[in-house]
Structures are given as structure tokens and as C-alpha cells.
Design a protein around this ligand. Structure first.
Ligand SMILES: [Zn+2]
Length: 308
């Protein structure tokens, strides 16, 4: 009876959306097994009986369930390529419409932008559920799913630094972790693209001068690593300022076939001494098709106009 009442309060507060609890849950080490979704919810690990994502667009996602049953999901252990919610027939589970970066998907984007770790639960009704620990949302994009519809994708990477802390969390139940992690990969080719462009941003023309010299970032157009596997070659890099690097990685703008920058107001020509490869620009554009980020700026219309 008492359990039922507490459980009800849980679900109600989740539905009201007034409680968001990030981070590890005290007394729930990584590897904890639960028989049913109801047990996962009652423990506070994933506080919803249905729905793969718990969170709010303005606050971030606190947890997801990677069921493994979805046709587009890929579970690589420490890396999960997770498919967002929406557009599925509730009876068949099949994708019947496009997804968008709204609701739970928007919450995961917020988690990525703010570096908030997400609790991950693996499992299914048949196999039961296991708490897999905290993951960060490393990257997000759109792509065409197997059923032919645009789906939201998230690259989730297991948090490493939590270490033993994950096994026996000493903190009180609702720990708030807000570590912002930003790794700028700097390879030999990256240094090359910066030198060739004299450390000047190819979008805005800014050359950031620091006390020790100029600063710019080498931005990979088709991202490195799974599942994109972009190559580390000069044609796959841009020389950008820190602001435009972030915007480029998060779909704030795209570059069309005519090397015009779309999404930042009036289209402007790409600057600089290096010309990126068309195949890589096309890949980057494909990641942001149908996104609210671009459609809200009317950029998708612009892309179409320029393509005609
Ligand atoms: Zn710039």
C-alpha cells in the first residue's frame, strides 16, 4: 500500500514535469537489475512506465531506456547510438512518420549542450532491465532511418571519470552533476587547415589573437568516429572560430554546393584558402535536414532555393 502510494506520487510528479533529477541514484550501483519497468520507475532510475526518455526540453533529459528492440538503435557497449522518440505506430512499433527535435528529443539536445549526464537503462520486458550508468550525449543529428523516415539520433558515451563512484554513489539521492565537456580534436591535418587559413574563421573572417598567438579550431565536416567515420583529411575540415565551430557541430548553419553559408541570416560565401569537399558538405547537410534548428531560420527553404 505504502509502495503504491509512493509510486503514484512519483509518476504524478513526473507527469507534472516539476521534478527533474539528474545523476546517479544513491544505492543503485551500475549493473543493478530490475525485473519490471515498474521497479525501475519506483527506484527513481527511469521515472516513467512508458516512453524511452524522461526529461524536459528546458532542463535536459535525466534518463533513457535503450530497449535494443528498435530497428535503428546500435549498442556498442560504451557507446550507444540511440534513436529518439516519436513517429512510431504504438501498436507495431514501426516508424511511420518523421521525428523532430521536440519533447524528449529536445531534452536530450539540452543535455548535450549543457553537458548533463543521462542515466541509461538497458533491457526489455522479457529480459528485465539493468542500470548501465551515466552517459553523456556526445553528439546529435538527423538521418534517414531504415523505414525511410527522418529520425533523431544521439551518440551516447559512457561517463568514465565517475569510476568507482558509479558503483557506490556516496552522494544523496538527487545529485546534480553539470560537467561541461568540450574536446576539440587537433590532428596534424587540423593544424594544417588552420595554418593555410592563417587562423581566420572561414565563416565570419574573425582572427582571434591571444597572448600566445592566434587561435582557431579545425572543424571536421563529416564527424570522426562512429557512426559517421569521417576521414581526417584536408577536404573534410574547416578553419573556424570557436563560436562558429559550435554552431557548425550543432546544426546552426550548413554550407551549400555553391559554398554559401546558410542559416546565419543572409547567405554569405565561405571564406578562406581551402575548399572543402562537396561529399563532406552534403553529408553534413543531411544531418540537419528537417530540423527545427534550420527550419526555424528558414534555412531549409534557402537550401531548396539554392538547389533549384
Ligand atoms: Zn567565426
Amino acid at each position: 500500500m505504502l509502495f503504491g502510494l509512493r509510486f503514484f506520487t512519483f509518476i504524478r510528479s513526473t507527469l507534472r514535469g516539476d521534478v527533474v533529477a539528474f545523476g546517479a541514484i544513491a544505492g543503485i550501483p551500475v549493473g543493478t537489475h530490475f525485473e519490471r519497468r515498474a521497479d525501475v520507475a519506483a527506484a527513481g532510475v527511469h521515472r516513467a512506465l512508458i516512453g524511452g526518455i524522461v526529461g524536459r526540453p528546458d532542463a535536459g533529459a535525466e534518463s533513457i531506456v535503450a530497449s535494443g528492440g528498435y530497428e535503428d538503435d546500435e549498442d556498442l557497449g560504451d557507446v550507444i547510438i540511440y534513436t529518439g522518440q516519436g513517429g512510431r505506430n504504438p501498436e507495431t512499433g514501426r516508424q511511420v512518420a518523421h521525428q523532430s527535435f521536440t519533447r524528449g528529443n529536445a531534452a536530450l539536445v539540452t543535455s548535450c549542450l549543457r553537458g548533463i549526464p543521462v542515466r541509461v537503462v538497458r533491457g526489455s520486458t522479457n529480459a528485465g532491465y539493468t542500470y548501465a550508468g551515466l552517459f553523456r550525449v556526445d553528439e546529435y543529428w538527423m538521418e534517414q532511418g531504415r523505414a525511410g523516415f527522418q529520425i533523431c539520433r544521439f551518440r551516447m558515451v559512457a561517463e568514465e571519470e565517475a569510476g568507482e563512484d558509479r558503483v557506490t554513489p556516496p552522494q544523496p539521492a538527487k545529485r546534480i552533476a553539470t560537467t561541461v565537456l568540450r574536446i576539440v580534436r587537433d590532428t596534424k591535418v587540423s593544424q594544417q587547415v588552420k595554418a593555410l587559413n592563417d587562423f581566420t574563421c572561414q565563416v565570419c573572417g574573425t582572427r582571434l589573437m591571444c597572448v600566445g598567438g592566434p587561435y582557431a579550431e579545425g572543424a571536421h565536416i563529416r564527424p570522426l568516429g562512429k557512426p559517421h567515420n569521417g576521414p581526417d583529411v584536408l577536404e573534410n575540415l574547416l578553419c573556424l572560430c570557436a563560436n562558429h565551430h559550435v554552431l557548425f557541430d550543432h546544426g546552426g548553419f550548413v554550407i551549400d554546393e555553391g559554398y554559401l553559408v546558410l542559416g546565419l541570416g543572409e547567405p554569405t560565401p565561405l571564406l578562406g584558402m581551402t575548399k572543402p569537399g562537396q561529399q563532406f558538405l552534403a553529408y553534413h547537410r543531411s544531418l540537419w535536414q528537417q530540423t527545427s534548428i534550420l527550419t526555424s531560420e528558414n534555412s531549409l527553404m534557402l537550401v531548396k532555393e539554392w538547389e533549384e
